[in-house]
Design a binder for this molecule. Structure first.
Ligand SMILES: [Zn+2]
Length: 289
């Protein structure tokens, strides 16, 4: 069933849980994620990358995901991830996205605030006042769509790009952000070496705002660490790389056999689905209290 992102995440936090969000570049993966959520009887978030949303077929995918969310037996929200282009945002919402990450995190603070306010105003003016906005404060290293290694900061090092707790309350107030993505040592793509999540910074950020926090780049963060997140107001955790890794590994090892089996694409897609569903299912369980 369709649900508002902030409601889904706040409800999870109230029970000590966080909601995983999975990037879906295609419908097979989305079907797997939603069926895993239905199996677990837990809500889930389907993320659409801005590169996907900036194509005509990507907008059709969003509409298809919207239909999938509506027909699910558990709460599902469809969110446009990491967008800064107003046209892409408005088109994605018109196509069916009900939440957006208005991402001005690479800009100076005042421009970041300006972008989020501009997105809110444009959505409201277009009749989409119900669309939920996540904003991001602090810069995340790495590439959202491709898994190159990203170096993580050494313990104790001062790192440009970490969310500055001092800026949090003012940023949330001025932007009206309903969720806040933070940079606390998490990176997009693969971690080189051990991830060094600055739980001290996260805790400081959590003490300064009421809105749920969002952890991006969770692929590669150990399960024991992720399980701590909801205790620090992290209500949403984004996964992308690990899902792709599993799907690609399944395709690489299985393609020849399914080719030999009468070019059995249906069978191969079932393996794709199985890989994504098992990762999504394990992650849903991990983050739920
Ligand atoms: Zn992200």
């Amino acid at each position: 069933m369709r649900t508002k992102l902030d409601h889904l995440v706040n409800s999870a936090l109230a029970t000590g849980s966080a909601v995983p969000a999975f990037t879906c570049y295609d419908f097979t993966t989305a079907l797997a994620v939603v069926s895993a959520a239905e199996e677990a009887r837990l809500g889930v978030i389907l993320l659409v990358a801005p590169k996907t949303a900036s194509t005509a077929n990507g907008l059709r995918l969003i509409t298809a995901l919207r239909g999938l969310a509506d027909s699910a037996s558990v709460p599902v929200s469809v969110q446009l991830d990491h967008a800064s282009d107003l046209n892409v945002i408005l088109e994605a919402v018109a196509a069916g996205a009900d939440a957006v990450l208005a991402d001005g995190s690479s800009k100076p603070l005042k421009d970041n605030i300006h972008l989020v306010r501009e997105v809110r105003a444009a959505l409201d003016a277009a009749g989409h006042a119900g669309v939920v906005i996540e904003a991001e404060l602090g810069g995340l290293a790495g590439d959202e769509d491709r898994a190159f290694g990203s170096s993580t900061p050494d313990a104790g090092a001062s790192v440009p790009g970490l969310t500055d707790p001092e800026q949090v309350a003012g940023f949330v107030e001025q932007t009206g952000a309903q969720l806040l993505a933070v940079a606390v040592g998490n990176v997009h793509g693969k971690y080189t070496g051990e991830p060094n999540i600055r739980w001290d910074v996260l805790q400081d950020v959590a003490a300064r705002t009421e809105v749920p926090l969002v952890l991006h780049g969770a692929s590669g963060i150990p399960a024991s660490e992720l399980a701590k997140a909801s205790g620090m107001q992290v209500g949403k955790v984004n996964f992308n790389t690990e899902l792709r890794t599993g799907i690609l590994a399944a395709l690489e090892s299985e393609t020849a056999a399914y080719r030999a089996d009468g070019e059995n694409l249906q069978g191969l897609l079932a393996r794709w689905n199985g890989s994504a569903a098992s990762f999504a299912g394990a992650t849903l369980e991990l983050l739920s209290a």
